[in-house]
Design a protein around this ligand. Structure first.
Ligand SMILES: [Zn+2]
Length: 411
């Protein structure tokens, strides 16, 4: 146990120091860009919205994003192998649990804490330090830590029982992949249904205030065929300047949530955002993305099962092989990510189209993108690899071009 802890702390320190050095280097390298103001103008030329040039600060933020994404990816990929190498599984085996449920609980908890611990420096430098540096976040250190800890606890409470069940099935059942697939389907559907309520436990979600804005959103919803729309507002202005809205839940739990920062936009812009979310609502995008990810997960589980059978034999279901299995699954998830992001971008494109048709307005859809550059420091365009791995929304450039197509077709 002592060796495991020492090695883990040393790796944590190494990751912390490396990310600290990288962050300081990037800050120094981009110091002029970081000192600039983001001023992007909404310009229309010959009836078309002009795709703006990337502001210097946005360019700097994009560089940070890429570096943090790839370092996070490397840490996540390496984690299962390091856990095994540092003696994580040996610690569990040495205790010699008589009851499998205790072994499962201890293994999942130890592995979970280990991975969280190694990834923490990335969260600290990216979601806290960088976000404050570029002006996206106004959260204090204690605020950030409090929220981070709360989220991790919630995540552990949700994941631990599931991970334990999967662990026991994996160890005990030869055809574990069938049972695990069934459980994952149930969790995906159940999770999508209850996620708005979990969101409600973690955040203060108020119903949108009655008034002109709410009435026009409800009217738009009615005209677009969306009945009984539940509209909520969550306070975010105390920690961030970014704007955002999202649709969550399935069936009776479906709702649209606006960050309160978004309500500072013009009514026209808020309506365009609401119409986009209604598009997701109407076209059942949550159900579709759940279906895709369920099929993908089952497929990846089967592929990893076959790989393990090939290299470790049919009796590979041993505690020592769990980290190797997790490593293979992590690699497969990265390989499969472009399929999921491409499908998601396709749905976002469809929601934009729905919004422009519902509001009969392509200009606001495009002008919102200019807002996102300003408020969220969204890059105008990104390189292909980053797009395939990360971008579940079309880029600013793609969305403005889509708006222009709509405007052109309206003529
Ligand atoms: Zn969307």
């Amino acid at each position: 146990m002592k060796k495991f802890i020492v090695r883990t702390v040393m790796t944590f320190s190494l990751i912390f120091i490396s990310l600290f050095a990288i962050t300081m280097f990037l800050e120094y390298k981009n110091k002029d860009k970081l000192n600039t103001q983001v001023k992007v103008e909404y310009k229309v030329s010959d009836g078309e919205i002009v795709v703006p040039d990337t502001p210097a600060k946005v360019e700097a933020n994009y560089e940070f994003s890429q570096v943090f994404f790839y370092s996070g990816l490397a840490i996540s990929l390496a984690s299962p192998l390091l856990f095994f190498k540092y003696g994580g599984t040996a610690v569990i085996k040495k205790i010699g649990f008589k009851k499998k449920i205790l072994e499962a609980g201890c293994f999942c908890l130890l592995y979970g804490v280990f991975t969280e611990f190694l990834i923490f420096p990335k969260a600290l430098f990216s979601a806290f330090y960088r976000a404050r540096l570029v002006g996206l976040s106004t959260a204090s250190f204690s605020d950030f830590m409090g929220r981070y800890f709360q989220r991790s606890m919630f995540y552990a409470l949700e994941m631990l029982p599931i991970a334990m069940i999967v662990y026991i099935i994996f160890i005990k059942r030869k055809r574990w992949y069938i049972y695990v697939s069934i459980i994952l389907v149930l969790i995906a559907i159940g999770g999508a249904y209850i996620s708005p309520y979990i969101d409600e436990m973690q955040n203060d979600l108020e119903s949108m205030e009655d008034g002109e804005l709410k009435n026009s959103i409800l009217e738009l919803a009615k005209n677009s065929g969306v009945e009984d729309l539940d509209i909520r507002v969550v306070e975010k202005s105390n920690i961030t300047n970014s704007v955002n809205a999202y649709m969550t839940g399935i069936g009776g739990s479906r709702r649209i949530v606006f960050w309160d920062t978004t309500l500072k936009l013009s009514n026209k812009e808020i309506l365009a955002i609401a119409a986009h979310e209604m598009g997701h609502y109407e076209m059942n995008h949550i159900q579709k993305s759940i279906t895709l990810s369920v099929f993908m997960t089952i497929f990846l589980i089967l592929v990893s099962h076959n790989i393990m059978c090939k290299y470790k034999g049919r009796e590979y279901r041993l505690i020592d092989n769990i980290p190797k299995m997790l490593f293979i699954l992590n690699i497969l998830l990265v390989v499969a990510a472009p399929i999921e992001t491409a499908y998601s971008r396709k749905m976002e494109y469809a929601a934009d189209q729905f919004a422009m048709e519902a509001t009969n307005d392509g200009y606001t859809n495009g002008s919102l993108e200019i807002r996102f550059i300003q408020q969220n420091l969204s890059p105008i365009d990104v390189n292909s690899l980053y797009k395939w791995l990360v971008y579940d929304h079309p880029t600013v450039k793609d969305r403005i071009e889509h708006s222009n197509e709509f405007i052109e077709n309206m003529k």
